[in-house]
Design a protein around this ligand. Sequence first.
Ligand SMILES: [Cu+2]
Length: 314
Amino acid sequence: MPEEVSAGPEVSAGPDRSTLRLALVVGGLVLAVLLGFGLGRSNTDGAATGGPSSAAEHSDPPGTGPHNHGTATGTDQGTPTEPGGLAVSSAGFTLAPLGTEFAAGRPGQLRFQVRDVQRRPVTRFAIVHDKPMHLIVVRRDLTGYQHLHPTMAADGTWSVPLTLAQPGVWRAYADFTVVADNGAQTAVTLGTDLVAPGGYQPRPLPDPATSTTVDGFTVAYQGTPQAGATVPLTFRVDGAGGAAPLERYLGAYGHLVALREGDLGYLHVHPEPELVDGRVKFWLTTPGPGRYRLYLDFQVGADVHTAEFTLVVP
Ligand SMILES: [Cu+2]
């Protein structure tokens, strides 16, 4: 009896302790599950998107979201507005140039691969704006802009003739969309430096303007970019006799690239496929205050011209 009595409190205390233990165990499990879920989710995000800077775009299933050259969309999902092209490796893909040195002013050949996490060259790319690969090259002072379309060999090696006109350090951006075995598409812009040895004479960025002339055309834009926002920009192109007869180029009536001074971040631009009131319309995401250089490619009479603007975002 004493044992039972003494056992009584033990027994009555027993359930409390085991309840407590159970609670701790269950709580621990819940915590572990939550933690695992969180880790799993962030891993998935990292694998699918290459980091927070590009989450929105890469989560867009093919054809469902507006395409954006660069990385993230900033319009509808409240997503990050960070520029692309700042890294040689992102979203599990690495830009691997086969040679980065060019003789200034002499025709050369840029060759590169896009490699996956297993270092295998990627060979499946989606056609975006009429091309599977868009290559932008510009000197680090934002001069010498070129927009090229390399061709890919069966082994995944891309090549394109390239001349770096002046000595200096140049930036090359590979803007592409990889197609995975399951059909999932990942849009990435990777960047790498190229060099042309010699005396580098950097040029100051031209003054800001919303109008410029190129090859006899006057190009002007309307729109007020704001830090951290996506806003419309519309461009009008005039020739000698008024509005120039714009032709489709890369699936739209123009192709716009915007680069940030300082780090040469590659901004996100969404083109509208059709003219709007005779104007070429884009949605531009500017990540923050600063100076930017805009490059508008447009085609008239089967020739492509590039109008450049300096933009200051207060
Ligand atoms: Cu292109």
